[in-house]
Design a protein around this ligand. Structure first.
Ligand code: SF4
Ligand code: SF4
Length: 290
């Protein structure tokens, strides 16, 4: 693993444990150890007064192509993995999405292998989901907002019966700050060092992911249902640096082109190397021994 603790210097005070953003430092018996979830950020060094933490011999694997193929292969993913990278301006050679388009629709294009990276902003967004994914809200008049709600969100066949139902449900989820002016969305294969990855899974694949993630962190992965796909899948992993799975709403599922048995899982990118390493140590190690 990337960073290691010198057991001769460590006094097991535990002060590094809660300061690792990846929950990569754990107590095992009398020892404090750094696990495969370490992504080399170096934060923990500043919390150890014994200078017991240092760089190990290996480095965390943050090569997006390698991680992309490892996940596709180990989880037998039929669909593509979308990656999101926050930025204020589009990088060279990445076109700006003119819209109107839905964030979930762009994800659906990537999942189906038909979407090349685009820079998506609130200006191109055709719904309020742009605020849910951290790129700010659409500028619209009250009349335009009401018309959009009535056409796409409220009423028979849509997600909410009334505006009050929508507002009550929305209040359950905290509001998240605007992260940047836009976000690059494309296949993980093409986007280096993204902030988040999101992809469709079935129940079996989610079991494998949960087993691997829980192995070192000791944490379960929470799932959300009942609100829009963007709100349930994106803000929490970004703000809390934890994976979630989400069922999505009717519209989001349609635009993402999810099959009935599919839902999405969203991971902070820096947790992906640990996930991949632990898929080998948990799911595959067991199969080899059977
Ligand atoms: S992820 Fe960062 S804080 Fe956590 S163990 Fe690794 S270097 Fe330390
Ligand atoms: S802060 Fe340093 S001494 Fe304390 S548990 Fe962590 S590595 Fe050990």
């Amino acid at each position: 693993m990337a960073f290691i603790i010198d057991q001769n210097l460590c006094v097991a005070c535990g002060s590094c444990i809660g300061n690792c953003p990846n929950r990569a430092i754990v107590r095992r018996g009398n020892k404090i150890v750094i696990t495969s979830m370490c992504s080399d950020c170096g934060t923990c060094i500043h919390y150890c007064s014994m200078e017991a933490i240092g760089k190990g011999k290996s480095k965390a694997e943050l090569n997006n192509k390698k991680l992309y193929y490892a996940l596709k292969d180990k989880l037998s993913l039929k669909k593509d993995i979308a990656a999101m990278k926050y930025a204020n301006d589009p990088p060279e050679r990445v076109p700006v999405e003119e819209g109107p388009h839905f964030w979930c629709g762009i994800c659906g294009d990537v999942f189906d292998g038909s979407g090349s990276p685009v820079f998506f902003t609130a200006r191109a967004s055709s719904c309020g989901g742009c605020a849910n994914i951290g790129i700010g809200g659409i500028k619209s008049t009250k009349e335009e907002f009401e018309a959009a709600l009535n056409a796409q969100v409220i009423g028979e066949g849509n997600l909410y019966a009334t505006k009050e139902v929508m507002a009550t449900g929305r209040s359950i989820f905290p509001r998240y700050p605007k992260v940047s002016g836009g976000v690059i969305i494309g296949s993980l294969e093409e986007i280096s060092m993204p902030d988040l990855i999101i992809f469709p899974v079935n129940g079996h694949q989610m079991c494998m992911i949960s087993t691997a993630f829980a192995f070192d962190t000791g944490e379960v992965i929470s799932g959300y249902a009942g609100k829009s796909a963007c709100l349930m899948s994106i803000p929490f992993p970004y703000v809390a640096n934890k994976p979630v799975f989400a069922i999505g709403d009717h519209g989001g599922r349609t635009f993402m082109r999810l099959r009935d048995e599919e839902f999405v899982v969203c991971f902070p990118y820096r947790l992906v190397p640990g996930l991949v390493a632990n898929l080998d140590r948990t799911v595959y190690a067991n199969e080899q021994h059977n």
